[in-house]
Ligand binder design. Sequence first.
Ligand code: SF4
Length: 233
Amino acid sequence: MVPVSLPPADPRRPLGDERWPSAVFDAGCKLCPRLAAHLAAMRAAHPGYYNLPVPPFGDRAAQLVIVGLAPGAHGANRTGRPFTGDHAGVLLYEALFSAGLSARPKSVAAADGLELRNCRITNAVKCLPPANKPETAEADTCNRYLAAEFRLLPRPRVVLALGAIAHRSVLRALGVKPGRYPFAHGAVHRVPGAPVVVDSYHCSRYNTQTRRLTAQMFADVLATARALASETR
Ligand code: SF4
């Protein structure tokens, strides 16, 4: 395991404007050829979009870390901040605000001044995948960044995985075989020597419009994660 370190910074300062060691995030990464090609095509089609790997966002000292799947084409890939500017982010940030984890209920742009409180959001795959579907090999390639982030963060107690792919990536980044802890909405996985892993269906437009995931279901799982993060160890 390669140790990583960050330059000195206020641990409560929101991330997004800080310099990252390349082990944690690399805006120039092109390790996944298919995703790099897709971003190049997006740059041609949407030159005003961010169109790069999207960095983590939020409190560096957070006890709760939320891991999504990948940037949305016209959300995070457009704005450069996870879950910002598209449908999935509407439910997420409203729920975070209701739970006291976000200063505001809406996340509209990377420069909107929004701050997360004791919460941090990152993605299992940092680059926009075609059709919002990363391949397994791409998630595995990008896992080096998520693993480095987990090694870096000083006090995460709970990781909330949004969807089965994020769940698998979280466990892999924590050095755990995913088969030992199967994904299920609302499941709480107490992994020895690691943060507690909580699962939720992803707050995607498809899942919310089909009511596979309702706002109440998501609020409940977020409340569970928040309560676990506040537990004294
Ligand atoms: S998905 Fe991750 S590993 Fe793949 S090119 Fe993007 S940043 Fe690099």
